[in-house]
Structures are given as C-alpha cells and as structure tokens.
Write a new protein. Structure first.
Lengths: 360, 296
C-alpha cells in the first residue's frame, strides 16, 4: 500500500516536471462531449488530462489547499465567489481569449454578482436544479394528476410515502437542497439566518425515511435504468438520463421540470487557479471552449445551456427548443440565485445536512 | 557509535513519519478557520523572526476542542466507530483463526501455496475489491440472485448500505492482517508440547485451549491490533458499503474537511482520534512489559 502511494507520488512528480506541454482540466462528471477533448489535442498539440468531480465542496478543498496541479477548474457561482476572495484564481488575460466576444450578455450580467466584471471566469454551462421523474412509475404511484412540476411531489410526506417503493434520490448538495426546502416553505431561499435555515429540518425529517439515497451523480444511471422513479437533480443530468433511457429503448420515459414554485439557477464557471502550472495552455483551452461550434457541441451532448450567444445557431432543436434547457421568459423570471454562506452559517448548514442524512 | 547509528535509524523514521506530521496536525487544530490558501490562520512566517513566532503562538487556542464537546455528533461517532471496530475485529478473529490454524497444520509443501492465496487479493486494488462487494450485496446483486434462485428467500435481502455490509467489507479486507501473525505464531509452535499434553491426559480440544491458544496469544494480539486500529478510522468501506445511518469518525472527518472546509476542526477530530488509539496501546504495552519483567 505504502509503496503504491510512493510510486504514484513519484510518477506525479515526474509528470509534473515533464508537463510543459500539458493542460490539466478538472470538470464535473458527465459534463462534456468527450470527442471535444480529442479535437482540442489535435488542434493545439497539447496533451490534455481530464479529471472529474461531482461536488463543489471537494473542488473547493483542493483549491484552498493550493497546489492542485490543475490548469482549468469549474466551480459554480457561489463557490467561485468564495474562492476568488481567498485568492485562489488568477485574472484572465483577455488578449489570449479572442473568442470571448462570443459570450452572452444575459448570462454574463448574472454571473457578475459572483465574479465582478467577469475578470476571473467564463461561463461554461448553466442550468436549474429541479425534479426528474419516471412518468409512468410516478403516475402509477400517485395517479395521472401527480404534481410532477411542483416541490409538493418531493416535500409532501404523503406523496413521498407512495413514491418510496419505486425509489427517490436527492442531491447530496446542501447548498442547493436547503434553498429548495426554504422555497417550499415560502421563505427567502437565499436566507443566511440560522433560525430560518433550521426550519427546513421539519421539511426533511418527515420525508427522510422515504429517500433511498443522497448522491450527486449516480442518479443519472439509476433514473435511466428505472431503478428509481424520482430524482432531485440538475437539469442537464436528468435530460442525459432521458437520453440514455431512449437509447436503451427500455420503456423508461423521463421528464424534467423546474419546480413551478421557483427553481435555483446556477452557473458553472471555468477559471484558472492562481498556481496553474501552465496558464498559457489554460487560456488556449478556455478559448477553445468559447468557440461557438465547440460550445454548441458540448451543449448538444450534455443538455445544458451554455453562456455562449454565438453557439446558439449550432444548437440542435432538441436543446435550444427545449424550455427545460433554455427556459422561456416566464420560467426565467421565476428562477432564483443564492449567495455564499459565511463560515459560521456554513457550519450550521453542514451540521443540519449531516443530521438530515443520518436521520438522527 | 555504530550502535547509536543503528538505533537512530528507526527513531529518525518515527520522528519524520509520525511526530512531525502529528505536530503539523496539532498546530492546525489550534488555529482558526480562514478564507485563504491554506484555509486557516495563523501560518508560521519565518521572516518575522522571534517576535513573529511569539505572535504566532499567541494566536493559537483550544477553541476547536471546546467546540467538539458542544455537539453530540462527535462523541457519538467516536463511540460508534469503536463499537464497529470492536465487533469487526472479533468477527475477523473468528474467521481468521481457523484459517491460520489450518494453514499451520497443512503439509509443508502446501504452505507456500496457501500463503500465496492469502496474499493474492492484495494484487488487486483495495478500492476495486470493495466496489466488487457493492455488486455482490446490492438488491439486484449476485448474492440475492443466488439466494432467490435456490429458493432460500422469497424477497431480496437489503444488505448494501447497512452496517452488515460494513462488517462484511471490513472482515474481507482485513482478514490477511489477522491470518498472517496468527499463522506465524502457530507455525513456530512445538508439536511435542501437544503430544506431551495428550500424554498427560488432555483431550485434543482441551489441549488446543490450554496449549495452542495461549502460545499463539502474541499472534492474536498482533492480528487484533492490525485490524482494530485501521478500522476505527476507516473511510472507504463505510462510505461505499454503509448507509447514511452508518456513523463513523472517518466520515465525520471527511465532512469536516470537505463539506465544512474547516481544517482546524477536522484536525482537532483527528488529534482526539489519535489519543483514543494511542493511550490504550501505551497502557497495554506498559502492562506487558511489567508482566515480562515480573516473569523474568
């Protein structure tokens, strides 16, 4: 065991030394069309190392530890904001990013609240946090008028009791689940008041026995296979599940809805760590991603909207025409965003989440 | 001089691989959380000289340890880790002892092969072997399919994501660490002692309890330590096989570190874990030494 660790460390040290012509990207799992990675290598001659994660918290720990060895990382808005104030990122050099002109002001205006002047990051994808259902199974459990577009589906214990048999997954992401429960209670979803946040315990505890698992990436396959019938998850991930079920032709029909009470809108931003080994290559990667055709290829594959206006003419109708991906004006006005918790509030939130997950 | 150099080598390793990292963790546990790289304050600044060092020491406090006493999550997690580690160690001993005994009594030319079979699983990554258990134990997994197939059960058993799965995982993973020390103790056992016991009227079973077990005591103790100590802090097995109700200190540590991003509290949890482990071991060794001296 120890030898393995030593060898791996030695290997890492070795590759780091030899890595002048390499770019290392750390992105969310299931979040790119992998043929784009090959295209990037072919176009630039750079060797690309692509690793994935499924939680902002893990990424932030790596960023704040320093020396992660990555050239490009993809935190979401609130996390990006905290990490910028911790000094984790370097300002982008716009002269190396000619494709920056392709970005979409509508999104850039919104990401400014996390990254003033968008000096440190570019938008990669954005989406909403909502509910994915296996329509047939949910209607079987709750009847044809099942409230699949409402938070009532997952927060009302009566509904959850009936759904427990076919399986419900929740995201293991307190920064999104707590605001969602606050919205259900009619409170400000961006509340930082520990007393208000504590109220969500009464939302989760009665439904806790009916939740099969808290996980932030397994739900794609579980939903597509028919192992579960409801997942609270990210828009594009659920649409990928829909796509996988279609491909498998297994009779599973998946639908995504941003809850009508209001849904959280989030932005995944590409940024360059302050200690990136190869910032020049990182800029090349960012510029490559901002190429309209590449951005469109990524969106067409992962079913997330991107922040690239020029890419829209290359998007397939399935993506640009789907209000679950590119919401219409009305849905857009119903979306909310959140701001990062202070350390003391963060502790309250994590403790509450541990309590909710363990049921004690 | 040569003798001194010889003794110095293990002490150097102890210092470099145990004491220094421990002091670093201890220092972080006395710090405060901060939004910076690294995410705590104060950090030691050598350029500020002696005054800087004094200011650094002045900024350290026991706040994080006090915090651990205010929330029952922590001692519940420590207790539950101790309990899981204890049960798992006993289970590993029950499974491992007969295997070691069988190996030690096998014909000479078989022993290298048997030894190889015990070590063989290490050739595959630990993580992959634990993942394999996910496939075996899940509701749709091989175990349930097999049991349903032969008609032992009519409803699939829920084993995955429970403490039972954690016990299975621990026993499976740590079994070689139990078998090898016991085997090496039993292998050295002088068979003539058993003959003597039988000559003096012991039945085979009584001879086993009166001669074999006491003589393999050191192997049993070594095996139990090798299983018990890493199990308490185990993170991979409970997070892959355990459910959200499995409370272990390794998981709590992970949450402090990755979810709260609170290195100081995470370090305080680790320091206490270390004390919980080290104090009984030191007491035990003292006791052993005293006994040896008394015997000698």
């Amino acid at each position: 065991m120890k030898t393995t660790i030593l060898t791996t460390t030695a290997l890492l040290a070795f590759t780091a030394a030899a890595g002048a012509q390499e770019v290392r990207v750390y992105n969310w799992s299931d979040y790119i069309d992998e043929s784009l990675l090959e295209k990037f290598e072919a176009e630039t001659g750079l060797k690309l190392t692509y690793d994935v994660f499924d939680s902002n918290e893990v990424l932030e720990t790596k960023m704040l530890a320093g020396g992660s060895g990555y050239d490009v990382v993809v935190p979401s808005g609130t996390f990006l904001q905290r990490q910028i104030s911790a000094g984790a990122f370097q300002k982008l050099d716009m002269s190396q990013l000619p494709n920056h002109k392709n970005l979409w002001d509508l999104i850039a205006d919104r990401t400014e609240q996390y990254d003033p002047d968008n000096a440190y990051s570019i938008n990669y994808m954005w989406g909403t946090t909502g509910i994915g259902v296996n329509v047939n199974k949910v209607q079987e459990a709750l009847g044809d008028d099942a409230p699949i577009d409402s938070l009532d589906l997952v927060f009302n214990p009566e509904n959850m009791e009936k759904l427990a048999k076919c399986g419900v997954y929740f995201l293991d992401a307190p920064a999104e689940m707590i605001p969602m429960a606050l919205k259900f209670l009619g409170e400000d979803p961006d509340s930082h008041d520990p007393d208000v946040i504590a109220k969500t315990e009464d939302v989760f505890m009665p439904i806790r026995p009916y939740i099969k698992k808290f996980h932030s990436s397994e739900f794609i396959n579980a939903l597509a296979n028919g192992d579960i019938c409801v997942a609270v998850g990210w828009s594009g991930d659920i649409l990928q599940a829909r796509d996988r079920a279609d491909e498998a032709d297994n009779g599973v029909e998946i639908v995504y809805n941003a809850p009508k009470e209001g849904a959280q809108m989030w932005f995944d931003q590409m940024a360059i760590p302050v200690d990136a080994p190869n910032p020049e290559a990182a800029h090349k990667f960012l510029n490559f991603i901002m190429d309209p055709e590449n951005a469109a290829a990524a969106s067409n594959y992962v079913y997330y909207a991107n922040g690239n206006k020029a890419s829209q003419e290359f998007l397939v109708e399935d993506v640009i025409g789907d209000p679950a991906v590119y919401p219409d004006e009305e849905t857009l006005s119903n979306l909310f965003t959140t701001t990062p918790f202070e350390p003391k509030v963060q502790r309250v939130v994590t403790r509450l989440w541990t309590k909710i997950k363990s049921g004690t | 001089m040569r003798r001194f150099a010889l003794i110095a080598v293990p002490y150097f390793w102890l210092l470099a691989l145990f004491l220094v990292p421990f002091l670093i963790v201890l220092k972080i546990s006395l710090s405060d959380i901060a939004l910076a790289i690294p995410p705590y304050t104060p950090t030691l600044d050598f350029s500020a000289g002696w005054e800087g060092f004094k200011a650094f020491l002045g900024a350290l406090d026991l706040e994080n340890f006090e915090f651990l006493t205010t929330d029952d999550l922590y001692w519940k997690a420590y207790l539950s880790s101790l309990q899981i580690a204890f049960i798992a160690t006993v289970a590993t001993l029950i499974v491992g002892y007969p295997i070691a005994y069988g190996m030690a009594n096998a014909p000479d030319h078989w022993r290298p092969t048997l030894m190889m079979l015990v070590i063989l699983p290490f050739w595959t990554s630990f993580l992959i072997r634990v993942y394999a258990w996910v496939g075996i134990l899940s509701t749709e997994g091989y175990l349930n399919q097999f049991l349903l197939g032969i008609g032992v059960i009519s409803e699939p058993l829920t084993i995955l994501n429970t403490n039972t799965a954690v016990y299975i995982g621990i026993v499976y993973t740590y079994l070689p660490f139990m078998i090898l020390p016991i085997y090496s103790a039993l292998e050295r056992l002088d068979a003539s002692l058993l003959e003597a016991a039988e000559d003096l009227g012991c039945s085979r079973i009584t001879a086993f309890w009166l001669v074999t077990v006491p003589l393999s005591k050191n192997g049993i103790i070594a095996g139990c330590f090798l299983v018990f100590i890493p199990t308490i802090g185990e993170f991979v097995i409970p997070s892959l096989l355990g459910g959200s109700k499995t409370l272990m200190i390794g998981k709590v540590l992970w949450e402090e570190f990755f979810n709260n991003r609170d290195w100081p509290v995470a370090s305080a949890v680790a320091v206490i874990l270390l004390l919980i482990l080290i104090i009984p071991i030191i007491l035990f060794q003292r006791n052993e030494q005293k006994q040896r001296e008394a015997d000698g």
